[in-house]
Design a binder for this molecule. Sequence first.
Ligand SMILES: [Zn+2]
Length: 585
Amino acid sequence: MSINDPLIHPALIDPRLWGDAGLYETSINIERSPVTGDEHHTAEKKFEISHLKLDLSFDGDNEKISGTATTCLQPINDGLATIELDIAEMNIMAVRLLRVEKKNTGGLPQNLLSVIGRLEFELHPEKLVIALDRPYSRLEQLTIEIAYTCSPRKGLFFIKPDDAYPQKPRQIWSQGENEDAHWWFPCHDVTNQKMTTELMARVRTGYFALSNGELISAIENPSDNTTTYHWKQDQPHPAYLVTVAIGEYEKIGESLDGLSVDFYVYKDRVEEGRRLFGNTSKMIKFFEEKFGCAYPYAKYAQVLVDDFLFSAMENTSATTMTDRCLLDTRAVLDLDYDDIVAHELAHQWWGDLVTCKDWTQIWLNESFATYSEYLWREQTKGRDEARFSLFQDFLTYLREDWKSHRRPIVSNKYRFSEELMDRHAYEKGACVLDMLRWILGDDGFFRSLSHYLNKFRFGVAETGDFKVAIEEATGQNLYWFFDQWLHGEGYPEFDVSYDWNRDHKTLKLLVRQVQELDEKVPVFRFPVDIEIITDDPGEVIETERRTFVSDQHRQAGTGILFPLRFETAAGHLRQGESPDQAPQV
Ligand SMILES: [Zn+2]
């Protein structure tokens, strides 16, 4: 998900202001609030949902949907007697047990056991509790149909013209992330319940309905002037990535080695849409190569919607994007939205193919998508432009750290999960990934990414899984890196001083970490590039870059914290013996 509104993003008002964050000020005015909330953990499951089929009519005039949700599930343990699903403000008409099948371990066809009929249910706050007719075993598979209607206040939005905005288009679109899918269909609204899905969307003829996966059919129903679009997503994904976007669109279709790459744009703004999405196919090829993993879905579509909550959302194979990204011929001279297009596309791997196991692990989605923006920028606009952009990301994170709050990137303390969609999860995480790339080198870094994606494809993962994937791919155990950057807080602050002895041609360099330490802010083990430039009269000006590991803090007590001596000879700097005493600098 991209959060920043493209029209009010400060970087678009004046990117130069982003460099003016007081980075080099000695006294910073910190206005940090404590992070509050309960501890959260991965959701427990009593059953595994394998398939969900939604058969729904969308009534835009009355802002209402009605139909059935059919869930195919299997108990994880023996004795499952009730099924609890997430729902919000739904009118449940009936719950039926359609089928019970015995799981056959020999690979033979499943046996149909029985057709039961109606089941009793109770409604609790945001829960539907279904009483089964008997306890079921883990070798049985149940298919349950729920008939319902609702007028969602969240999760699904109805857009239409009004007196103030008579030109507003008629649209209906969903936004599941973080936990709003259960406002428009019954589900287990957690990230670690991944299933294949189908959507039969009945809409007024003339309107198009986009959803996940492959379009199976579009059949007109002349009796009530509607059309039913049948979409099927054959790869498992969580409820928050199930999408529908209904509106009047012109389709621009491309083929990338047989993959359909489609853009759904407004009929009167086709050229602007073409400009916005124009690099998509190139990006898919680039990311496939970079990530070492083929694009995983049957198609890739992007659809524009009005009044979107965020800038864009990476539903599997069908990204929703705000129409505020459309640029006319004058605006496009100054900027583009490749960052957002690249971010959502990268999520098809980072978040969709491999999903964060719970919201505390959201950096596995968002930091990787944000760093993918950097990869695309580096590829197309060059390293300097990309580095400048990453520096802006760093400042954005720093502002949050100084002016809002500080937390570990992997943190399970929050009041509501949306709080985790912050600058730590996006920008700081992207910077951390860039450091990881530097430590591993390009070869090790990208092999690790590829190994992780292929190992956990269509599944879920947590931070430790990524750490182990790096170990398996490169042999390196980066526990110290993960401890300080993902589970620790803050960042190292350096005090650097030096003493250049002209007579002896020696340089004494003192590098100390001076950040305030506490149980979450460690002394960082930190490789540092140091550039040494000699400019003594008569000397040839030389620049030399060396990398050292700083792991000393001024509180360490030795006084000699990072002493290094260089001797120059014939204008070159060479590392010499470490001094015995702290340099007086
Ligand atoms: Zn995102």
